[in-house]
Design a protein around this ligand. Sequence first.
Ligand code: RFL
Ligand code: PHB
Length: 389
Amino acid sequence: MRTQVCIIGGGPAGLLLSQLLHLDGIDSVILERRSRDYVLGRIRAGVLEWGSVEMLRKAQVGARMEREGLPHEGTYLSAQNRGFRIDFQDLVGKKVMVYGQTEVTHDLYDARDKLGGVVIDEAEGVRPHDLDTEAPYVTYTKDGTEHRIDCDFVAGCDGYHGVSRQSIPDSVLQTFERVYPFGWLGVLSQTPPVSEELIYANHERGFALCSMRNPKLSRYYVQVPLDDKVEQWSDDAFWDELRRRIPADAAERLVTGPSIEKSIAPLRSFVAEPMKWGRLFLVGDAAHIVPPTGAKGLNLAVSDVHYLHEGLRAHYNDGEPEGVERYSERALARVWQSERFSWQMTSLLHRFPDQGGFGQRMQESELAYLEMSRSARTTMAENYVGLPF
Ligand code: RFL
Ligand code: PHB
């Protein structure tokens, strides 16, 4: 088989890239290791920057998001059970959209199917070859038979554990990493959200977050030690801990119910440079991971897709090589901005094992400064709603 762009990974990055290329007359094939049901069953991000909303509209997958998504004009921060608001609309004239990654992925699969996009799922042993030549190709096995796809470019959209990044020689690849000494225990429950807007809570017992998927479905998180196991956390223990960490008025009105999903995710900051090697591009989690505190993971995948799509469109439709050549540099500039913000939000809101009383007071006074200073809130709002592409 031959295609112009072979895309490894059918998560949001791979699907969105494929859809945008299709709309410009550029063909692609997606190779996904998992089954579609598995991909659509993953519960992940919940907040879209407005730039991501516009990208989804441009890709003609925005209709359901317009109907069901929840535009949020602000968010709450809380310190020691008392909250205050960051008003995005007032401070920077922008908002975000609460619409789950699961729904985004669903909409993208539907759109690819409608336009006859090729997504090969349960592709095993996917391997890119000859990436530093003019004629790269990708091999994989499906139902016991080996296949080969010849292409012009390979887009590595295969997440943190994928094969694409590993195909770049060690002598070229540089990685930067910080692993945080805690994780997030997340619960999804069929209960009305405790607040119309998200609440990010700093508490001496640890961080907590109140989020949502829709008016009947809530998503909550509490910071836990890295070695905690999900089985140790009964639903009641989770709700008790959450109540202790959030603003007192929210704790009083919290509606609890059985969890329909419960999992622990570790927190990590990670960047691989460069994001292009020969004819391979790294896109999304394949190149970088952010701790979820700034809600940036999915949004960064979308901005990478923006730069790569622009580059490939200029290459194929205008014979202009610059966008492809400078993909890594352009994407990385924005990646590092989101890394910085996610790291700052994480440092501000979590309890670190070695921070002591002094560290706790520093966080509390930083939060007090945010509450009193419009310019501090403006900086936070500008980053949270997303820097321009
Ligand atoms: P994805 O979504 O990981 O998709 C990559 C796809 O590639 C497939 N794949 C392969 N396919 C073929 N061959 C191989 N060898 C392959 N190896 C992997 C995988 O099956 C998968 O379908 O990456 P993408 O598209 O770059 O999208 C990035 C976002 O998914 C990610 O940044 C966010 O979900 C991160 N993230 C969160 N971000 C937020 O902003 N807020 C959150 O609350 C939030 N929660 C999370 C998260 C990521 C998590 N992971 C990765 C463990 C919670 C979790 C549990
Ligand atoms: C979520 O709803 O899952 C969510 C929201 C905001 C974050 C992280 C996760 O910062």
